[in-house]
Every structure is written in structure tokens, then in C-alpha cells.
Design a protein around this ligand. Sequence first.
Ligand SMILES: CC(C)(COP(=O)(O)OP(=O)(O)OC[C@H]1O[C@@H](n2cnc3c(N)ncnc32)[C@H](O)[C@@H]1OP(=O)(O)O)[C@@H](O)C(=O)NCCC(=O)NCCS
Length: 232
Amino acid sequence: MDPALATFFTAHPSLRVVVLGHAANAAALELRPLGVPARFVSAAEAPELVTQYLSANQAKFGGPLALPGWVLVDLYLLPGCVTLLVDAATPDDPIVSAWCGVPTVTPGTVMGVSLLSRREGEGAAWAVKRLGLAVLRARVQRGLTQWDNRALRAHARLGALRIVGPAPAVHGAAERSFVYEIDLEVPPTLGAAQTFPLAAGRRLAARAQAGERLYVVAPGLDGAGQLVVARA
Ligand SMILES: CC(C)(COP(=O)(O)OP(=O)(O)OC[C@H]1O[C@@H](n2cnc3c(N)ncnc32)[C@H](O)[C@@H]1OP(=O)(O)O)[C@@H](O)C(=O)NCCC(=O)NCCS
């Protein structure tokens, strides 16, 4: 097993990996991601778990980012899958963390959405996303996040996180958000980094869109809440 994940599961022995999705897609998934056993659950046969996931998601993302049931079904579960860490010790309320990945039209590139953890600060978000990417055999992950989102700390640990550009205006939180791509085959640190205040985010996204290769470097957001960014 991957050593960092082995350390994580030793510290959290009651956690298990569940992959929730469409039964016809199961054969295409890696259900021993990074050496960790994962159980595939068909969404059609687990309405209670699907409802629990929707509630967990809606509790974490509200307002303009609230997940409609039809998006969960049509755009998460039928084309992709939701990887979950569940706690065997709390079967009535099992979900600890979750991440959804959906393959894009570019082979090897997976769109990532809705990273959430209900036990913050334990590494459960980092672990579920790392596993979920391996379930989908992703080489690159595309996503959208907010400059001030602590998820940046988890994202920036997974590989070289390049700022692609600003979020399209129609996105519910466009003014605070940016599009990124993580090359999962390139380690997360890339040379010397500079720190920037959060307010510089929009300018950084515009510079990236204009062609500069800018990377959010681990830890992504530092202890002072500043962005950690490097130029390639
Ligand atoms: C964003 C969110 C998922 C982050 O959760 P989180 O628990 O902080 O994320 P992590 O799993 O990375 O946990 C971080 C902590 O786990 C620990 N950790 C991280 N990697 C670890 C590892 N390899 N082994 C052990 N512990 C680890 C660290 O203590 C880390 O703390 P740090 O941030 O001070 O370094 C959570 O705040 C959330 O659900 N937010 C609402 C939804 C949201 O906005 N999602 C983001 C969408 S882009």
C-alpha cells in the first residue's frame, strides 16, 4: 500500500473506501487504488447512501453552489463516481469524506468536484481525493476552487497545481474562484515560491490566462492565509 495512505489508515482503522457509481462503469474502475481495497456500491441499489451523500454535500456547499439531485445523478454518478471514506463504527451515519471525479473528453484528464470532509483536520479530504483519482486512473485533474478555500492545502499536495485562469462568470462563486489543473505525475513542489495576499488571486488568474505558467505550491495557503505560488 502507498506509505502515506498506510499511515493514514493506521491512524483511522475503522475507515473504509467505498466507490459509489453506475454498475455498468464498475469494470472500468481501479478498485484497489494505490493498494487500498475499495468496495464498489451501485447507486441504483443504495438509495440511502446516495441520499446521505446528497445531504452531506448540501450541508457543505450551500447557496449558489448547492448540488441539485439531478446533477448528482446525471453528471456525477452516471458518468463518473463518488469515492467515499466511510466509518464502519458509525453505520447509521457512515460518510466521513467524499470526492467526485468525472472523466473529461481528454483521455487521462478527470474533472474533480465536491471535495468534502465532515472531520476536518484529519487528512480525510486529502486521502479520499488521492484514492478517488487512482480509482479513475487519472493522470491530470482539472477543477475549480476558491482562492480562500482550505481545500487548496489538500489539492496542492497531490501534484503540480497549475493555475489555468479565472472561473467563467456564470459560476456561482466566479469572483473568488479559479480553474486549475494538477499534473499528478509531477511532484507537488516546483522550485522557489512567493507568497501573495488572497486579493492577488484574480490578478494571478488573469496572468495565467495570458500565458504565464503559475503554480500553487504546497502548502497552497500558508499559516498566514497567504497564497504560495511559483512561476515555472
Ligand atoms: C475543504 C475541506 C474538504 C478540507 O478539509 P480538511 O480536513 O482541511 O482537508 P485535509 O484532508 O487536507 O486535512 C488537512 C489536515 O489533515 C492532515 N493531513 C493532510 N495530509 C495528511 C497525510 N498525508 N497524513 C496525515 N494527515 C494529513 C493535516 O493535519 C492537514 O492539516 P493542515 O491543512 O493544517 O496541513 C473541508 O474544509 C470542507 O469540507 N469544506 C467545505 C466544502 C468545500 O469547500 N470543499 C472544497 C471544494 S474545492
